[in-house]
Design a binder for this molecule. Structure first.
Ligand code: F3S
Length: 289
């Protein structure tokens, strides 16, 4: 039989749990959600089942608007407030903390450097607290936009700590001016990555459960891949189209926005697998990044 091991620290982090609890407490007809509350389709569907409508503009007036866990641009928040809306602030407090750090130093004339994905809403939100003037450094760690002036560095909460350290050292090498480093990678992210690595080393295959747009889930895939050859990124176990029958030890991990129900469903359906049962291999429909 297949042995299934679930990683420690898989699934909902404190920030997502808080956001989901708060959103569902306020979920009702006439309540809106700015973008997806968390990057997970199961949660999004449950909220829409409660009549919460998702919006991507600030036209709504005099209503309740849920602000997603990974934040929005400051201007969007300001406009929603100006339109008389009540804000249900589901932004993770760890992200809000980065807003304050960035704003304070930006106002003091620091060059704001953000390590993260320039297209991710969390990074776009953080940069808005530097009036969109921050320099965003992606995974290629390219420093060509950096000026030699006093600098503050923060990170998207879901980054890989080792990469952040490499960036810190590179910046220190090229800057003659002061550099203040805030390692704002969230502890929940770090713990999920560490547990994933630990498990990936012990198993023949790893299943990473999480939303397609979830940054922290993609990072879990990335770190697992370094230690395990067979890693599959799935939104749900129903997406598994690969014959995993040949593996006897399989690990499961899940991003910070993946509900427990998705993990439980994966475990229970795989526990029904039997080495003697052949699942059809549909190699080209793997959900690999
Ligand atoms: Fe917040 Fe960290 Fe979760 S930033 S949303 S506690 S991954």
């Amino acid at each position: 039989f297949i042995e299934i091991i679930v990683a420690n620290n898989a699934g909902f982090c404190g920030g997502v749990k808080r956001a989901v609890d708060l959103a569902f407490k306020n979920a009702d007809e006439g309540v809106y959600s700015y973008g997806e509350l968390v990057h997970n389709q199961v949660v999004t569907k449950e909220l829409s089942d409660k009549s919460v409508m998702s919006i991507d503009n600030t036209d709504v007036k005099n209503s309740k608007v849920i602000i997603r866990s990974h934040g929005v641009k400051k201007q969007i928040l300001d406009e929603l407030r100006q339109n008389g809306n009540e804000i249900i602030d589901c932004v993770c407090p760890k992200v809000t903390k980065i807003y304050s750090i960035v704003r304070e130093h930006y106002e003091q004339g620091y060059q704001v450097v953000i390590f993260g994905d320039e297209n991710h809403p969390e990074v776009i939100g953080i940069n808005s607290y530097a009036d969109d003037k921050g320099i965003i450094i992606g995974q290629d760690l390219s420093l060509n936009k950096i000026e030699d002036k006093k600098t503050i560095l923060v990170s998207q909460t879901t980054n890989i700590p080792e990469k952040f350290e490499i960036l810190v050292n590179s910046l220190k090498n090229i800057l003659n001016n002061e550099i203040i480093v805030y390692n704002t990678i969230c502890n929940a992210t770090r713990l999920r990555q560490e547990s994933t690595i630990e498990l990936a080393k012990k198993v023949e295959a790893m299943i990473v459960l999480g939303g397609k747009n979830s940054s922290n889930t993609k990072k879990l895939y990335e770190v697992a891949k370094k230690h395990c050859e067979n890693v599959y990124l799935l939104e749900s176990i129903k997406d598994l189209k690969y014959n995993i029958k040949n593996f006897v030890k399989i690990g499961i991990t899940a991003g910070a926005s993946t509900p427990r129900s998705v993990i439980e469903e994966a475990v229970s359906s795989m526990e029904n697998f039997d080495n003697n049962e052949m699942m059809e291999a549909i190699e080209n429909s793997f959900k690999r990044i």
